[in-house]
Design a protein around this ligand. Structure first.
Ligand code: ADP
Ligand code: MG
Length: 449
């Protein structure tokens, strides 16, 4: 294990690390920080919960000079993640004198303009609201030296790629840029070549997304039985729980039923006002709520160390989402559990996800002796589960490429969830219209989440 003090960081940055109680650098930090300090671009991939934030943040804090204008820009796909990253950098940068502004949709412009007027060196932003600031001149990127895309595969997905391009075009060519995510599909690695100069690829355990330290299981049940089972699973638990649902409507309903059962649950989904979203997150973070019921708006990047169980109340619509959702538990080398409820109609989708899970997966139907009687047309799909998952998935030859887009997604900005890249630009559903449209194409605003 490498100590932080051996990574070439300045004393004032190291003091911030010590304040956080970190002793040894995690593998991604050890690999990334020295490279970023030589000002080389980086593509960084490592499991969920493995400390990617500190990897990019410490290198940025080290190089940025206080009171010399905006030099660092970090972009994230959701408002809550942008807020979380700011909070973490603020703590780690406490002794550097560097100031940070968080720029995201749904919050009044005034607060953000005030922060910007006071002078900041780092901006953490969601793309839509950042563009609003760029257009009105309240943020300028001419002196930017460091850019980070966190959850980079989502940021370069079609919902965002135009916005990212617009932003990058306004920043200097010779910036140091880095991309981070737990999932880095080859299409993104290829696309990254367009944005980065001779990047060093640091891909840790890229071939196995499965989630170290997470005890994963699934249960095939009728949709209408899910809530009953949810109660059975959460009843004995003491730690915190996140329940992921596929739609906003379901999210609200499940939170409501949990309230009726006297559970201390909060919800977060894209139709809630931003202040309510933040209230829910705050209550969950500080332990005043035991359960967070969420759409995929909370699936990426959110770090709440006490989460001991993730329940996929519905199978995710997008295969990478599974790995991000379950990665909300077992943070920083701890252990956790993930249970996926598979309704009969989701068996095909689940089989596609399951093929990518490379760790033993517990079959709760077997363990709990719960018989399922699956309607005839679906039977072939379920048998592929028992016999090790062949290629006969009854999805009309769609395979991976057709998955995650058309099928069940309805409306929202993303016209299809499958592809990455610039050539998909014209397929984009809706353009941003108003100043609060931030996230409309992604996890915020009026998306399906
Ligand atoms: P990722 O972005 O890779 O999913 P995060 O950056 O959110 O992971 O970090 C996950 C957790 O690990 C956070 O709670 C963070 O405080 C903690 N952490 C990060 N680096 C260290 C370290 N070197 N030692 C101990 N804990 C760490
Ligand atoms: Mg992260």
């Amino acid at each position: 294990m490498t100590k932080f003090k051996d990574l070439g960081l300045k004393d004032e940055v190291l003091r911030g690390v010590t304040d956080q109680g970190y002793e040894d650098a995690f593998p991604i930090q050890e690999a990334v920080i020295p490279v970023l300090l030589t000002k080389r671009d980086v593509v960084g991939q490592a499991h969920t919960g493995s400390g990617k934030t500190a990897a990019f943040a410490l290198a940025m804090l080290n190089d940025i000079i206080p009171k010399k204008g905006i030099q660092g820009l970090i972009m994230a796909p959701t408002r809550e993640l942008a807020i979380q990253i700011s909070t973490e950098i603020r703590k780690m940068g406490k002794h550097t004198g560097i100031k940070i502004a968080t720029v995201y949709g749904g919050q009044g412009m005034g607060i953000q303009l005030d922060a910007l007027h006071r002078g900041v060196e780092i901006i953490v932003a969601t793309p839509g609201r950042l563009i609003d600031h760029l257009k009105r001149g309240s943020i300028e990127l001419g002196d930017i030296t460091h850019i980070v895309l966190d959850e980079a595969d989502t940021m370069l997905d079609m919902g965002f790629v135009d916005d990212i391009q617009f932003i990058l075009d306004l920043s200097p060519e010779d910036r140091v840029m880095s991309l981070f995510s737990a999932t880095m599909p080859t299409a993104i690695l290829r696309l990254a070549e367009d944005y980065l100069h001779n990047p060093k690829q640091i891909l840790l355990d890229a071939d196995d997304l499965s989630g170290e330290g997470i005890d994963q299981s699934f249960l095939v049940i009728k949709d209408r039985d899910k809530f009953k089972y949810l109660l059975d699973f959460i009843k004995p638990l003491k730690g915190q729980i996140i329940v992921f649902c596929s739609t906003k409507y379901r999210t609200r309903d499940v939170a409501k039923y949990l309230h009726q059962e006297k559970y201390n649950a909060v919800a977060i989904e894209g139709d809630m006002s931003q202040s309510r979203r933040e209230q829910s997150m705050a209550k969950f973070r500080n332990g005043k709520a035991d359960i967070l019921v969420a759409t995929d708006v909370a699936s990426r990047g959110i770090d709440v160390p006490r989460v001991e169980l993730v329940v996929n109340y519905d199978v995710p619509n997008q295969e990478m989402a599974y790995f991000h959702r379950i990665g909300r538990t077992a943070r920083a080398g701890t252990e956790g559990r993930a249970i996926t409820f598979v309704s009969y109609s989701s068996i095909g989708d689940w089989n596609i996800i399951k093929r990518q899970i490379k760790v033993p997966l517990r079959d709760l139907n077997q363990e709990m002796h719960i018989e399922v009687s699956i309607p005839d047309p679906l039977k072939r799909q379920s048998s592929s589960r028992r016999f090790g998952g062949g290629n006969s998935y009854g999805r009309g030859g769609g395979g991976r490429s057709s998955y995650g887009g058309g099928g069940r997604s309805s409306g929202g900005g993303r016209s299809s969830g499958g592809g990455y890249g610039r050539n998909t630009r014209d397929d984009r559903g809706t353009k941003r219209k108003d100043t609060d449209s931030d996230g409309k194409n992604s996890y915020g605003g009026r998306s399906r989440w």
